[in-house]
Each structure stands twice: as C-alpha cells, then as structure tokens.
Design a protein around this ligand. Structure first.
Ligand SMILES: Nc1ncnc2c1ncn2[C@@H]1O[C@H](COP(=O)(O)OP(=O)(O)O)[C@@H](O)[C@H]1O
Ligand SMILES: [Mg+2]
Length: 256
C-alpha cells in the first residue's frame, strides 16, 4: 500500500500536459504533484502510474515517491480558475500524489546527460509497459540532484482501456520511432540481460498491491479488485515471456 496523505492546500496547476495535474500541500507537510481521478482518462491513468513506477524501481530506474492523496471537494470554491474548481469537485476521495522534486529540470536534451546503458534500460522499460509518452517532444524525464528521474506513466498499460482485447497486448510491438532516447543507440540486448530477470511475479504482485481498491473495484467483467490485480500480473508476465515479439525489433537501434 502507498502512504496516505490528506491535501491541505491547492498551490498551482501544472499546465504542461492535458490532464492538469496540480501542485498541492498535504498534512504530512509534503508537496505533491497530484494527478486527479476526475481528470480525462481518470482512474486508469493513476493505476498505470502506480504499477509502472514500481516496475521502474524494480529494474533500478529512479522515480519520485508516490502517495495517495485524499482530496476534499470543499477545497474547490476557493480556487479562482473554473477548470481547477471543476477538477477538484470531480476528484473527491483518493487521488495520486507524486513527490514534488523542487528545482528539478525537464531533461529535454538527454544526450548531454545520460549514458547509452541507462537509455537502453529506460527504452526496455517503456517497451515492456507500452509507454508511448516519452517522445523527444515530451520526454517526461527530470534531472534532480544530478540524476535522471522518470515521471508520467499514465499512458502505459493501454490494455486496461479495453479488457476484452487485452489478450493481444503481450505480443504487441513497441514503436520506438519518436522515443526520446532512441537516438542514443541503446543496446536493448544488453539491457535485457541486465534487467529482465529482475521482473518476476513477486515484483508485479507488489506493484498491483500498491493500487488502491477504489481504483479497481468497479471494473466491468471482474468481481473484485483482486481479480483485476491478478489480470494485470498475468498480462505483464505474458508480455515478459513474449519478448521475441517486442524486443527483437528494437535490437537494431544499437550502433554496430
Ligand atoms: N515530481 C515532480 N517534481 C517536479 N516537477 C514535476 C514532477 N512531476 C511533474 N512535474 C512537472 O510537471 C509537468 C507535468 O507533469 P506530468 O507528470 O508530465 O503530467 P502530464 O504531462 O500528464 O500533464 C512535467 O513535465 C514536469 O515539468
Ligand atoms: Mg508529461
């Protein structure tokens, strides 16, 4: 389970992407980038963030700490921006908080900072979880205390937007064309040897255990939150076993 905090103040919206995350202060005196269940794709985005972040950590990639943030819709009337008011009103209850990294820089010229081995590990990870949201236009990597951190994994695990078609997801190829790190000639074969064995059922079960029941338990076709968790684990194990389908095409990115 993720640590739980209660939001005490809305500070400011972050207008980079479309989902309007908000910077909020909480009762633990922390400051968080809050992703709201009342935004666009809603809870699914939050589930993807939580599961992907745990997998990233499991293979040695840094992500900010996550918490759940209780939001009281009574905070809404105090906000001057109508869009923010609407979002707070629609997001009562449990939302996702990403620990705010003060002073972090958007890593939009990664080639200056990261090495090819790290790039390969990130590309392996994005291909594995099907994250399409790390393009050179929108790298979703932050440099903090001299080290790169990954953020914004809400677009991963796309199968959960349509469970009836999910069986095809494990072997779906990954399009690396626009990936922010594809130009660094990452050696996906070396990355695979370094990290694939770190992903197993224990890690995946721990990842889905972090997801609050309330984001899972109204899923049509499943009779409990745990049944949905098991489906995520099953599909992620199948994708690991189907690496021929999505990893092989990426082996050519390395400079030979
Ligand atoms: N934990 C964080 N610490 C500092 N800045 C962050 C953090 N998370 C996000 N940001 C900033 O907010 C922007 C939007 O956040 P992001 O998670 O990418 O949401 P989205 O793109 O879905 O709106 C990022 O590009 C980054 O500049
Ligand atoms: Mg983003």
């Amino acid at each position: 389970m993720l640590p739980q905090v209660v939001a005490t103040r809305y500070v400011t919206p972050l207008r980079e992407g479309g989902s309007l995350p908000g910077l909020m202060e909480a009762d633990d005196l922390g400051t968080y980038v809050v992703k709201f269940h009342g935004a666009g794709q809603g809870r699914k985005t939050l589930v993807a963030e939580v599961v992907a972040a745990r997998i990233a950590r499991g293979i040695g990639l840094e992500v900010p700490d996550l918490v759940t943030v209780e939001v009281d819709p009574a905070l809404a009337p105090g906000e001057p921006d109508q869009e923010v008011q609407d979002l707070l009103r629609a997001s009562g209850g449990t939302n996702l908080g990403v620990d705010y990294l003060p002073g972090a820089l958007d890593l939009d010229r990664p080639a200056d900072v990261v090495d090819a081995a790290w790039a390969a590990r990130v590309l392996w990870f994005d291909a594995y979880v099907g994250n399409v949201d790390r393009s050179w236009r929108n790298p979703n990597m932050l440099l903090w205390h001299g080290r790169p951190h990954l953020i914004d994994h809400g677009a991963a695990l796309t199968f959960h937007h349509s469970w009836p078609g999910a069986a095809g997801w494990p072997s779906r190829p990954y399009d690396s064309k626009d990936h922010a790190l594809a130009g660094l000639h990452p050696d996906l074969g070396a990355a695979d040897a370094a990290v694939a064995h770190l992903v197993d059922a224990d890690l995946l079960r721990a990842a889905v255990a972090d997801v609050p029941d309330g984001w899972l338990d109204a899923e049509p076709g499943f009779d409990s939150a745990d049944a949905v968790r098991e489906a995520y684990v099953r599909l992620l194990i199948e994708r690991l076993d189907a690496r021929d389908a999505w990893l092989t095409p990426l082996l050519g990115l390395v400079r030979r």
